[in-house]
Structures are given as C-alpha cells and as structure tokens.
Ligand binder design. Structure first.
Ligand SMILES: NC(=O)c1ccc[n+]([C@@H]2O[C@H](COP(=O)([O-])OP(=O)(O)OC[C@H]3O[C@@H](n4cnc5c(N)ncnc54)[C@H](OP(=O)(O)O)[C@@H]3O)[C@@H](O)[C@H]2O)c1
Length: 334
C-alpha cells in the first residue's frame, strides 16, 4: 500500500476573514497501531464543528489527526494487531476525533460499528456522529425515559433529525423548533409532536401550553446564552438542560433561583475529547440500543445532499448557509 493518501486538509490563509482554505492534498497515510484498524473511507459527513475547526476555533484534541472529519464509513483494509475484532473487507462506521476527511483513517477497533446491511456508506456516515451524540446526550447523560418530554431547537439539523427520531422511538414526546416553515413541516413528518417556527412564534409560550404548564423534562441545547433564562424557566421540576454547543453565545446572566427550587441539572457535554475508554462504553451502549433500530429502519439517517470529496469547500458553504435538512455527506469516488 502507498505511504501517502489524498485528504482534505485546512490550509491557513490570511485574506478570508478567518475562513482558512480547504485543499485536497497528499499527506502521510496513517499506520494503524495495536488495537486499531485502518479504514478506507468511502464517505464522511460534514458537521457544524468542522466549520469551527477550519477557522482555527476548535483544534483537534491531543493525539488526534489535524485532518478534519468527525465520522466516517468505509472498509477495514488493515489490522494493527491480530487481536482486533474486525477483518479486512468489513463494512464499518463510527466517530473519530479527526481524520474523517482522509481517504484512510486509523481507528481504535472498539470505536467502530458494523454497517447494517440496509445502509449504504453514505447513510452510515450520515448516521454516525449525530445518532451517537443524540443517544449519548438524551439517554446516557440526560437519563430520558419513556413518557418524558424533550425540547430542542434546530429540528432540521443533523443532530436534530437524529434526536427527534430517537426520542420518539423511545416513547419520548418531542417539541422541535426550526427557522423555516418547510423545515417545521418536515420535522412533523419525522415524528415531532410539536414543531414550530422560532422566528415567527414564541417557542417558550407554545411549549408551556403543549406541556399543560408543566414544562419539559429535558432541553437538548446548542444555542446557549440567548435562550438560557427561558430554558431554565421552561424546565419541569428535576429537568435537565444539556449543552452540546453554544451557537448563540456563551456569556449569560440569569437567576439561579429556579435551578435550586426546581432541582434542575445543567450539563455540558462534548464527545470528541472524551477518553478512548469512555468512547468505547458509549459505542457499546449505542450498538446495543440504537444499531438494531437503524438496522430495522425504525430510525433513519436523513441525507440532505451528497458532495464528492473534491467539493468539500462547496459542502462547507452549503452547511454555513443553513438551507439543509439533515446531513451533508462527502463521498469518495465510487
Ligand atoms: N458536544 C458534542 O459532542 C456535539 C457533537 C455534535 C454536534 N454538536 C453541536 O450540535 C449542534 C448541531 O450540530 P449539527 O452539525 O447538527 O448542526 P447543523 O446541521 O448545522 O444545524 C444547526 C441548527 O441550529 C439551528 N439554530 C441556529 N441558530 C438558532 C437559533 N437562534 N434558534 C434556534 N435554532 C437555531 C438551525 O436551525 P434553522 O436552520 O432551522 O434556523 C440549525 O438547524 C452544533 O452546535 C454542533 O456543534 C455537539
């Protein structure tokens, strides 16, 4: 096998307002270490965090490749040691701390999942990061159970489309907001019990009415500061506010009184920088709880648009414009 490979990399540029360039370059091919396998990547998805990384705002954790890309789907082509549970030719998908935009990626064997027969590489890449993040935060961090209520914004986002479906599949009632009416409609089709346009209506009032004044049990939030006070107010007693991003800002001033009196829990959660062991436990839980639902088509990756890997720049611009519903996927040549 060649010692180099093609990969989309970030090239620092000074004249684009912090938006460094993406470039398809030749870089060293990773070599799988003991307990790892080398995956030939057929597809990876574009995640919001890739836009931050490209601007130098979300560097990879220590030890991770500086090639962008937080998920992948492809074939096992090499085993780093004899004790790994995969064989050459196996179809696998999963999350990585970086490197998904490379043609090959070395991945700890226990972080990979088998691609169910009903899913293509594109669909598996579209599912990996967002379904794992939704499972992790709704159920492992948030402890959601059937009969509870969930609010999230951006029901048409990658994470949103996964979270709405997973929550519904587990008997959780879901309220989702979107910034456009056509996304609201699609959210309803996906199973949201309440879907509304946050730009034209008061989401807090609508959600309060929807819960008959009780408030919601969990809010999965990546907006942050601008909604904080309303979110704390909207949570039911023992409610959980789970921050997985801060798209709207991170500086906020609010009363802690309801946190105390309603016994709320405010949680912050990132997947990328967790330890190898912690990720392995999350993947094992996902394999048990969610993979069978993907295999049966009970929940489905929502693919908005596929770009060839050579058009990663266009894919990033498309995500930034926010006209997508679901996932944007980068695909290597067939
Ligand atoms: N912590 C973790 O481990 C982790 C892992 C994965 C993702 N994330 C985070 O999760 C978030 C979603 O990721 P993604 O890749 O799925 O993103 P995405 O597809 O780009 O979607 C972002 C969504 O946010 C919504 N939004 C933006 N501003 C809003 C506002 N003021 N009010 C309500 N909704 C608003 C948009 O809704 P409209 O387009 O309808 O306006 C859009 O659907 C990102 O912040 C990402 O960084 C965190």
């Amino acid at each position: 096998m060649e010692k180099t490979m093609p990969a989309v990399v970030v090239r620092e540029t000074e004249d684009r307002g912090g938006w460094n360039a993406l470039e398809l370059a030749r870089v060293a091919r990773p070599v799988p270490g003991p307990g790892e396998v080398l995956v030939q990547v057929e597809a990876c998805s574009v995640n919001r965090a890739d836009l931050l990384q490209r601007r130098g705002l979300y560097p990879p954790p220590p030890g991770a490749p500086d090639i962008p890309g937080l998920d992948l789907a492809g074939y096992v082509v090499e085993r780093g040691s004899a004790d790994v549970a995969w064989n050459e030719g196996d179809r696998v998908f999963g999350v990585v701390a970086g490197g998904g935009y490379g043609r090959y990626c070395a991945v700890p064997a226990e972080h990979l999942l088998p691609i169910p027969e009903n899913l293509s590489f594109v669909e598996a890449a579209a599912a990996a990061e967002v379904f794992i993040v939704a499972h992790l935060n709704l159920f492992l961090e948030g402890g959601m159970v059937s009969g509870e209520t969930l609010l999230l914004h951006g029901g048409g986002s990658g994470v949103g489309t996964a979270a709405v479906q997973l929550a519904r599949a587990k008997g959780v009632q879901v309220a989702a907001t979107c910034g456009e009416d056509w996304k609201v409609e699609r959210c309803r089709d996906l199973g949201a019990d309440l879907a509304l346009n946050y730009k034209t209506g008061d989401f807090a009032e609508a959600v309060r009415t929807w819960t008959e004044g009780l408030g919601v049990d969990v809010i999965l939030d990546w907006i942050g500061a601008p909604y904080l006070e309303r979110h704390v107010d909207l949570l039911a007693p023992r409610g959980r506010l789970i921050f997985i991003g801060l798209m709207g800002g991170h500086q906020a001033s609010f009363s802690l009184a309801p946190v105390l009196t309603k016994r709320l829990r405010l949680l912050g959660s990132v997947l990328r920088s967790r330890s190898r062991e912690e990720k392995a436990k999350i993947i094992a839980s996902f394999q048990k709880e969610v993979l069978p639902m993907l295999a049966r088509g009970r929940v489905k990756p929502v693919v908005d648009r596929i770009f060839p890997i050579t058009e990663a720049e266009a894919a990033h611009r498309y995500l930034k414009d926010g006209k997508h519903f679901g996932k944007i996927v980068l695909q290597w040549n067939e």
